[in-house]
Design a protein around this ligand. Structure first.
Ligand code: ADP
Length: 394
């Protein structure tokens, strides 16, 4: 074989080898590439799923969450945060002041940068309705202790603050209401001891005042206990069929003397309907409304009780008088604890300021509603609803 033939064969062999090599490793490379692409794809899908899960968790939190990057720009804000601060549009990438123009938030971010964390900082947001927030903030750091950003968690304290305020007002009101009759009792008792007891006429008058104020204290304490039991939900209703007309009749009979003293005519126009209610509590509602109608109604006037069955399975009862009525701005407020239109008149007539609040509680605990319609000078008409008694009246 000639040398040139050997070289030719060698070149052909090498070419074939190269072709085989390319084909073999090209296929491997393609397989490897597609494996990598698949893996990357899977990782991306997994990362997207993890992010979606994390966002869903953060969005379902009742706390507002704000995450800032190392330049104090928004990286993430959850739904509650956006609602709390009523932000508009996407927040991502904005500075704190652009995202929420509230100085207190910017100050907390700055303090967190300096101190590492801020705990239980309270802040009040001014606006249409006052809101209270509690903020906890902390720096996010890398393992090498490099600051990566800040996380702030906002907790809405508004409801708690309102409850706290209501409780404080209630305690202040109760103390005031108790102090008035108590100071009268002590004052008159001291005057009697100082010598007034020796004058029978004066002594009788003073003892009557003491007696009246002791009763007022007793009434107040009874009403306070009722309110506290109703509000705590400790009162279990014993609901049964109640013939309302008979309950109204009994209440009116109890009031005859009081009504006669003011020459008031009592009328029972309530039809023969049965409610499904707690009878004792229903009596309490009626007696509060009827006592008020006789107390505040027109001397020589009429107090009428009536009602009907409504389309939604309820009985609607009204107690109407033809007295001075209630100003429009007080129509809702008369149901609040201790609210009185005419404070002096209510106290003078032995009112505790709790009667209508008790009415509202009892009616609501039956799933009903209590309200009043009135026009100044044309009397007041108090309404309440109770569940109808079902089969009894069809
Ligand atoms: P009070 O013990 O003062 O009567 P209530 O809670 O029963 O307390 O009533 C609250 C206030 O509502 C009363 O102080 C009175 O100003 C007003 N009010 C209630 N009923 C009537 C009525 N029939 N007519 C006019 N004002 C009324």
């Amino acid at each position: 074989m000639s040398a040139s033939l050997i070289i030719l064969l060698a070149v052909i062999c090498l070419g074939a080898l190269q072709l085989w090599w390319r084909w073999r490793f090209g296929r491997e490379r393609r397989r490897w590439r597609s494996e990598m692409a698949k893996r990357e794809n899977l990782e991306m899908v997994a990362a997207a799923e993890a992010r979606a899960r994390q966002d869903a968790i953060l969005d379902s939190m009742i706390e507002g969450v704000l995450v800032l990057d190392e330049t104090n720009r928004v990286q993430f804000a959850n739904r509650t945060f956006a609602e709390m601060f009523a932000t508009i549009g996407a927040l991502s990438g904005k500075t704190v002041m652009e995202a929420v123009p509230v100085h207190e938030v910017a100050e907390i971010v700055e303090r967190t940068r300096q101190e590492g964390r801020v705990i239980d900082q309270e802040m009040k947001l001014a606006g249409n309705s006052e809101r209270w927030l509690q903020v906890n903030a902390a720096t996010i750091s890398s393992v090498e202790r490099r600051r990566l950003g800040t996380v702030l968690v906002f907790h809405d304290l508004t409801r708690l603050k309102r409850l706290e305020r209501t409780r404080e007002e209630f305690v202040a009101n109760v103390s005031h209401e108790l102090r008035t009759p108590l100071s009268l009792i002590t004052g008159y008792a001291e005057t009697l001891l100082d010598g007034a007891k020796d004058n029978p006429e004066v002594a009788t008058k003073f003892l009557q005042t003491i007696d009246r104020n002791t009763r007022r204290l007793d009434l107040l304490i009874q009403d306070l206990l009722t309110i506290s039991a109703l509000e705590s939900g400790r009162v279990a209703l014993n609901c049964q069929p109640v013939k309302l007309r008979l309950v109204i009749e009994r209440n009116l009979a109890d009031l005859r003397t009081q009504a006669a003293a003011r020459k008031i005519v009592l009328v029972n126009d309530f039809p023969d309907l049965t409610a499904h209610a707690d009878e004792t509590r229903t009596e309490q509602v009626l007696s509060n409304l009827l006592e008020n109608a006789v107390k505040y109604g027109r001397e020589g006037g009429t107090v009428r009780v009536g009602g009907r069955k409504t389309g939604d399975g309820k009985l609607e009862v009204f107690v109407q008088d033809d007295g001075p009525g209630i100003p429009v701005e007080a129509l809702e407020r008369v149901f609040e604890r201790f609210y009185r239109v005419d404070k002096a008149r209510s106290r003078e007539q032995g009112g505790t300021g709790l009667g209508l609040s008790i009415v509202k509680h009892i009616v609501q605990s039956h799933g009903g509603r209590a309200w009043v319609e009135s026009e100044i000078g044309h009397g007041a008409k108090f309404f309440f609803t109770l569940p109808a008694g079902g089969k009894v009246d069809g």
